[in-house]
Design a protein around this ligand. Sequence first.
Ligand code: ZN
Length: 182
Amino acid sequence: MKTRYLIASVLAALVASGCQKETTSTSTGSTGSAPPSSTAPAVTPAAQAPAAPTPAAPRVIEITGNDQMKFSVTNIEVKVGEQIKVVFTNIGQLPKEAMGHNWVLLKPGSDVNAFSAAAMTAREKDYIPDSLKDQIIAHTALLGPRKSDEVTFTITAAGEYPFLCTFPAHAMAGMKGVLVAK
Ligand code: ZN
């Protein structure tokens, strides 16, 4: 009898703790059930919050590529140490196999034409050959029409950093530019 009572009370405790857990997670999810006294102080820090996180956000540079093999931006100026987020969008309509685009930033002094020529053979790597990866600072994926990708990086030394689309012949057709870091 005593053992049975023990089991029963253990079960009751388990059920109770289970219920409690559920109650806890429910009240966390819905802020409406929180007492007004805990809601009121939360508003004050939130009002001060916007000033603090802003400096940490990277500067966003939006670039598009089109069916005419042109970047919308061919000259970018950044500060050394500044965090940059390039958001690249292929705004063309031709299929990726015929008119794919990427945005590839190279180290200063890199030869864009030589890079483009070498990348041509790396179709299975989306024209980012492993053998040339040490020349790359940052790059997006190769994009088909209406696709977008982004890459975040920080330039640590002043200089002129060439960028290009490595899809065959695009750089030679003018799909390239320069990022200048000061
Ligand atoms: Zn391209």
